[in-house]
Design a protein around this ligand. Structure first.
Ligand SMILES: Nc1ncnc2c1ncn2[C@@H]1O[C@H](COP(=O)(O)OP(=O)(O)OP(=O)(O)O)[C@@H](O)[C@H]1O
Ligand SMILES: [Mg+2]
Length: 291
C-alpha cells in the first residue's frame, strides 16, 4: 500500500477537517465544578451536545440547572473542568501549560455563537419590539441601521410577530414578550440556543405559543439546551433528557428511557412529584372524580 497515494489531496483534507469539526460536539463540558462560597453547586458535570441536538435539562429546584446554563454562556465563571464551545475553551486560555482567565474580548469571541433566553424576558421597556431585536445588532454586531431593521423584521416574522414590531413590551402579552426575546437571540445567528425555563413565568394559556416557536426551531435544526418543567415538550422534542440532581447529572438518555424506564430513585421521585402535581383527574373505585 502506498501511503503517499492514500493521503487525501489538500482539498479533501480540508473537507475531512470540516467533517471532523462538524462531528465534534458543539458543546463539550468536562468535569465542570462551581462553588458559591462553601457550597459546591456543580460537582463534576460531563455533557456533550451535538449539532442540531435538542437537550432538555430537568431536575429539582436548586440542583444547579441555571448555573450550568449560565456557565455555558459565560455569565458565570467556573472553578474547575472545561467548557468547550465548537472546540474552543470558554473562560480561560492556556499559556505555557498554565490556565489563566481569558480577557473579556476573548470570552466574547468564544461565546459569540451562543444565544440565551431567560425566564424573565428582560426586554427594554422604552424600546419597541423591533428596537429590542435591533439593539444588539447595532451595538454589538455594528450593522448598518437598515440591515439591522431588515434582519430584526425577519426574526419577528420567524416567531409570528411581524405585526407587533412597533409595540412596546407593556402592550405585549408575556408569551409575545418571550417570543420577542427569542427573536432577539436568533437575530445574532447563534449556533446554539440556551433556554432557562422560558415558559415558567407565563400564564398557562400562553405557554403553548412559546413552545410552538421552540418546536419549530428544533425542526429547523437549531441546537438547543432547554431547562424546562414542560415534560410533554421534553418528551416530544428532546433528543436527550438530562436529569440533574445535587449538582451532578444523575441520569441522561432518550426521553423514553428517562421518563419510562429509569430506575434511579431520585429521578423516579422527581417525576412522581411532577405527575402528582399535574394530575387533576383521578378515577375512583366507582366513578371518575375531579379532584
Ligand atoms: N449567585 C449566587 N450566589 C450564591 N448562591 C447561588 C447563586 N446562584 C445560585 N446559587 C445557589 O446555587 C444552587 C443552584 O442554583 P441554580 O439556580 O443553578 O438552581 P436551579 O436548578 O436552576 O433551581 P430552580 O429550578 O429553582 O431554578 C442553589 O442552592 C442556589 O441557591
Ligand atoms: Mg433555575
Amino acid at each position: 500500500m502506498n501511503a503517499i497515494a492514500d493521503m487525501p489531496s489538500s482539498a479533501s483534507a480540508a473537507n475531512l477537517a470540516d467533517a471532523a469539526s462538524t462531528a465534534a460536539p458543539l458543546i463539550d463540558v468536562h468535569d465542570l465544578r462551581k462553588r458559591f462560597g462553601d457550597v459546591e453547586v456543580l460537582r463534576g458535570v460531563d455533557l456533550q451536545i451535538a449539532r442540531s441536538e435538542v437537550v432538555c435539562i430537568i431536575g429539582p429546584s436548586g440542583s444547579g440547572k441555571s448555573t450550568l446554563l449560565r456557565c455555558l454562556a459565560a455569565l458565570e465563571t467556573y472553578d474547575h473542568g472545561e467548557v468547550r464551545i465548537e472546540g474552543e475553551l470558554l473562560g480561560y486560555s492556556e499559556r505555557n501549560g498554565k490556565r489563566v482567565r481569558a480577557s473579556h474580548g476573548e470570552i466574547n469571541r468564544v461565546r459569540r455563537n451562543v444565544g440565551m433566553v431567560f425566564q424573565q424576558f428582560n426586554l427594554w421597556p422604552h424600546m419597541s419590539a423591533l428596537e429590542n431585536v435591533m439593539e444588539a445588532l447595532l451595538r454589538v454586531r455594528r450593522l448598518p441601521r437598515d440591515e439591522a431593521r431588515r434582519r430584526a423584521n425577519a426574526m419577528l416574522e420567524t416567531v409570528g410577530l411581524a405585526h407587533k414590531g412597533d409595540a412596546y413590551p407593556a402592550r405585549l402579552s408575556g408569551g409575545q414578550q418571550q417570543r420577542v426575546a427569542i427573536a432577539r437571540a436568533l437575530a445574532m445567528e447563534p449556533h446554539i440556543m440556551l433556554f432557562d425555563e422560558p415558559t415558567s413565568a407565563l400564564d398557562p394559556e400562553l405557554v403553548g405559543e412559546v413552545l410552538q416557536v421552540m418546536k419549530q426551531l428544533a425542526r429547523d435544526g437549531m441546537t438547543m439546551a432547554v431547562v424546562t418543567h414542560e415534560m410533554g415538550f421534553a418528551a416530544q422534542v428532546a433528543d436527550k433528557v438530562v436529569f440533574i440532581d445535587q449538582g451532578r447529572i444523575a441520569v441522561q438518555g432518550k426521553p423514553r428511557d428517562v421518563f419510562h424506564d429509569a430506575a434511579q430513585p431520585r429521578l423516579r421521585q422527581f417525576l412522581q412529584n411532577y405527575f402528582d402535581r399535574n394530575a387533576f383527574w383521578t378515577r375512583g373505585a366507582d366513578d371518575a372524580q375531579p379532584l
